[in-house]
Design a protein around this ligand. Structure first.
Ligand code: GCU
Length: 727
């Protein structure tokens, strides 16, 4: 048998590259999991520490007469292990488990030093993306003590056992393969059947037949079996599930032969104040929130997540999109790292029934056009996935401006797009137009919706929410539209809200917060479920509830105000100061108009469910609800534009057709490219994007340009256009 000893305690930490020869003095005492970017990785400025740091601890020889291995479940991003001054291992990749044998180098007293580096380089992914690249030993560290003869532990961080259940009709053919450091008998047990097979060249394989298997049926019935194996006293086991996945270009995703639209969310692995150094408690809490809205799928972006979270997905029936961090910017020197990260992801996660596909890359053309080297990198990854796993397809998430006829869209077995129309640019309706055009042009392609979302800061409230105001109200309007868009397109094999939780993107400074991407349905600290959270709960959850939106919009200046209610019940009644003012039947979204005189108790009732809030009439609009610098938006709404002349309200296409206005706008776009650098560069000459942009008003494009274009520049541009009469 084996013994797993937690090794999280009594570490000492310092930001240094020096490998100490003795126990260092004056270092910071830390307990793992630990990240050195818990604070500076979440406060904005994109100036968090990226470099090398050292963890050291001393320990006596374990009382064990077999072999001893060190297991690191998450060391970001590049790691070197030294025992008693000797370099034992180097590992590149910050999201997978890796192990190293210590046995031969152990003494009575030992000094273990681990150098971890999250510095900038051109070959270990990720290097460019919209999330903080935390550094540290941010998951558990263990000693694994095993007999002299034991199952494989080191190669690609393998669990030593691989279980392949193939379900056909009312049977499951289960193959169990194991790897061990020697020959001899391996005893394998599946369900209540045990077989003994011989290990040859370190490999063994046993076949089992399950009649009428109890299927793993997603959130409805995620039944798990266990496969276990014994070799020379060492014992391992793995859970597995019997199910079939299918991906149909018209019907979308099928689970166990039945249409099962994957409708869910994405998740990053970090938390306010903790960075990515999470414990089981945080994993469980995240899973409970995802279950509460009734999601049936999670995209675990943009890297390999903790085994504990895949285990929770197995247990609760969440179908998972797993992926490696081959993201945003292709690096010619990074090819080997993409291969090793994918090999480790599949080796370590293969047994999880929840995983339905392997994600090759995310928005890899966001910072540069498709190149042959990029295509070759994808071909290599695609072939690797097919060699390692014949049971799952590969997928990728394309950035919205990737031309739909690009060869890259065919680099994986199935595809998905990240679209942000109605937030970053353009209008909400462009989302459905994109997919309808795509599906009409490529009816044979399986396509999904890998990302969509809008930022909301729960401080910002408005009686007239609109794109770009970061208000909770606009996030609701956005997601109400998107939910309908998705529900009308069953061919979308999956859709994942970006994102379930606000998360750290230290390069950001917008929406009234530094260092955060606020597209979450839940705040970064998990204390607030934003109103849009309840829209999805109304759509996906069967647990009866009713939710009053706008509780954080307590001070209202308008005489009459809208009260929006989300519920999965068909009838909702609204009470104001204990008096029923209306009852409505509907589907998820119920809106009421209420006159405000003073302070009012508002109650929504649906069946036995109720929700209450207090709002009040105020004379002046509460400025704390508006994002600073919101004037640009007010200015755009001015109605003294001369309709007989051009203005920023005309579409880019219209303005570019007229030589005079085209020259003026062309100069401004040039300025934007100069200031927006790579993104604008990636957009330039992109036929697909130019077609989209031509249909957008210059006003909406300018809003998306963000701080690159100053308000006064927009005003003088509009003044110039207003001087030119439309023929
Ligand atoms: C992209 C990207 C995400 C990012 C998101 C956003 O699609 O894949 O990593 O966070 O957009 O801008 O919010």
């Amino acid at each position: 048998m084996r013994e797993i000893i937690s090794f999280n305690e009594s570490w000492f930490f310092a930001k240094t590259t020096e490998v100490p020869s003795g126990m260092p003095q004056g270092w910071e005492a830390v307990t793992l999991p630990h990240t050195w970017n818990a604070a500076d990785g979440q406060d904005g400025g994109n100036d968090y520490f990226r470099g090398t740091a050292m963890y050291c601890k001393t320990f006596p020889r374990p009382e064990w007469d077999g072999c001893v291995f060190l297991e690191l479940k998450g060391a970001a991003m590049t790691t070197d292990v030294y025992l008693n001054g000797k370099h034992l291992a180097h590992h590149e990749g910050g999201y997978s488990t890796f192990r190293v044998e210590l046995t031969k180098e152990l003494r009575e007293e030992n000094l273990l030093c681990i150098a971890v580096d999250n510095g900038v380089n051109d070959r270990v992914y990720p290097q460019k993306a919209d999330f903080t690249f935390y550094g540290g030993l941010y998951r558990d560290v263990n000693l694994i003590c095993v007999p002299i003869q034991h199952f494989e532990l080191v190669k690609d961080g393998t669990p030593g056992i691989k279980v392949t259940p193939v379900v056909k009709d009312d049977k499951a053919f289960v193959t169990v393969e194991t790897w061990q450091n020697g020959d001899g008998e391996v005893t394998v047990t599946v369900a209540d059947e045990t077989k003994t097979v011989l290990s040859k060249d370190g490999c063994a394989s046993a076949e089992f037949l399950l009649e009428n298997p109890h299927l793993w049926d997603g959130v409805n019935d995620p039944y798990l079996y266990t496969a276990s194996a014994v070799f020379q006293g060492d014992e391992i086991s793995a859970c597995f599930g019997c199910r079939t996945f299918a991906f149909d270009a018209q019907k979308g995703f099928l689970l166990n032969g039945k249409e099962y639209p994957l409708r869910g969310v994405s998740r990053h692995q970090d938390r306010k104040g903790m960075g990515n150094a999470l414990t089981m408690r945080e994993h469980r809490e995240d899973m409970e929130l995802i279950r509460e809205i009734g999601a049936n799928t999670v995209r675990l972006a943009h890297y390999q997540h903790a085994q504990e979270f895949y285990d929770l997905c197995d247990r609760y029936g969440m179908v998972v999109w797993a992926e490696i961090p081959y993201i945003t910017q292709h690096m010619p020197n990074g090819r080997e790292n993409t291969v090793s990260q994918m090999r480790e992801l599949i080796t370590q996660c293969y047994n999880h029934p929840c995983i339905c596909c392997w994600g090759l890359s995310n928005e890899i053309t966001a910072s540069g056009a498709v190149t042959e080297d990029m295509m070759e990198n994808h071909r290599i990854l695609n072939d690797l996935c097919h060699r390692m796993d014949v049971t799952r397809p590969t997928t990728m998430a394309h950035v919205f401006m990737l031309e739909t006829d690009s060869p890259l869209t065919q680099a994986a077995d199935i595809g998905s797009y990240n679209l942000y129309f109605g937030w970053y640019l353009g209008e909400l309706e462009q989302n459905e137009k994109f997919f309808d055009d795509y599906h009409a042009k490529y009816p044979e392609r399986v396509i999904g919706f890998s990302e969509y979302g809008a930022d909301a800061n729960v401080q910002f409230q408005s009686s007239a929410p609109e794109k770009g105001d970061y208000s909770e109200g606009y996030q609701c309007i956005y997601h109400e539209h998107m939910l309908q868009c998705i529900e009308k397109r069953p061919y979308l094999w999956a859709s994942h809200v970006w994102n379930m939780f606000d998360f750290a993107a230290d390069g950001r400074d917008e929406g009234g917060k530094k260092g955060e991407n606020q597209k979450g349905l839940v705040t970064f600290d998990r204390t607030i479920k934003k109103d849009a959270f309840y829209l999805y709960k109304a759509a996906w959850s069967k647990e009866p509830f009713v939710h009053l939106c706008g509780r954080r919009y307590a001070n209202r200046a308008e005489e009459k105000t809208e009260i929006k209610v989300y519920s999965n019940q068909k009838e909702v009644s609204l009470f104001v100061d204990n008096r029923e003012i209306a009852a409505k039947s509907g589907n998820r979204v119920f809106t009421f108009e209420v006159e405000l005189f003073g302070e009012h108790e508002i109650m929504a009732k649906a069946g036995a469910c109720t929700d209450c809030m207090t709002i009040r009439k105020v004379e002046k609009a509460d400025e704390s609800y508006r994002m600073m610098g919101g004037d640009v938006v007010n200015w755009f709404e001015a109605d003294d534009f001369d309709p007989n002349c051009f203005s920023i309200r005309d579409t880019l296409g219209t303005l570019m057709k007229n030589p005079t206005t085209g020259a003026i706008v062309g100069k401004m776009m040039q300025a934007a490219r100069a200031s927006r650098g790579d993104v604008a560069e990636a957009a330039a000459g992109n036929a697909n994007l130019e077609k989209m942009m031509a249909g957008m008003s210059l006003q909406s494009l300018l809003k998306q340009a963000g701080p690159a274009i100053k308000p006064e520049q927009i005003q003088s541009l509009n003044a110039a256009l207003q001087k030119i009469r439309k023929s």
